[in-house]
Design a protein around this ligand. Structure first.
Ligand SMILES: [Zn+2]
Length: 202
């Protein structure tokens, strides 16, 4: 299959979803690649060579991709059920976010801890806040809630995982100061959240 590359006035390049069949901007879709042996993988960083297709990170589009979209697009029998496909997407997203966060930390582009994040949010000096899913109380603070509603904060990972990525003992919340990394984390996190409930039921 040829990856659809249509450029419309005033928008970025578009791709066609192999689930619903609709064209959409690249940022709303995730890229999926199929190896010669039929192995499916998600290419969220966009660096994997080979033939690819795109799908909306939603349960209904992933289900349609699993049932026939993948096989039709790649012209071969791709055997991957919807739950496995959701699971692969969540795992790929988690790995990508881990990589993005540790690279932001290595570049000194993170602030750590509730007070530092709160201050940076108030100064509008933060691309994205990442709150551990097991953070408890601090995630319900007004500044964090407001940031979530404005798309400037996401809930992801655990305190222990965030800590390991930035070489600390325990981290409930951290902030990303790079606009580019913040945008990638937000997009990846939303893609995973679109299918996460399904992969966790499994
Ligand atoms: Zn779709």
């Amino acid at each position: 299959m040829q990856e659809a590359r249509v450029r419309r006035k005033g928008q970025g390049p578009e791709r066609t979803c192999i689930g619903c069949g609709k064209a959409d901007v690249r940022e709303h879709l995730v890229r999926v690649v199929v190896g010669p042996d039929g192995e499916v993988a998600f290419d969220l960083a966009g660096g994997t060579f080979g033939r690819g297709a795109h799908v909306h990170p939603s349960v209904s589009c992933v289900e349609k991709a699993a049932s026939k979209g993948l096989s039709r697009s790649f012209g071969m029998a791709v055997r991957c059920d919807a739950a496995s496909l959701c699971q692969l997407l969540v795992e790929a997203a988690d790995r990508r976010i881990e990589g993005l966060l540790s690279s932001a930390a290595r570049s000194g582009l993170v602030v750590i801890g509730f007070e530092a994040v709160d201050t940076a949010l108030m100064r509008e000096d933060l691309a994205l806040a990442v709150v551990a899913r097991d953070a408890g109380g601090c995630s319900s603070s007004r500044s964090i809630q407001k940031a979530v509603s404005e798309g400037r904060a996401v809930a992801w990972g655990t305190k222990a995982l965030l800590a390991s990525l930035v070489c600390r003992v325990e981290v409930s919340v951290l902030g990303i100061q790079s606009a580019k990394i913040g945008a990638s984390v937000l997009m990846t996190c939303r893609a995973a959240d679109g299918v996460r409930s399904v992969s966790e039921v499994r």
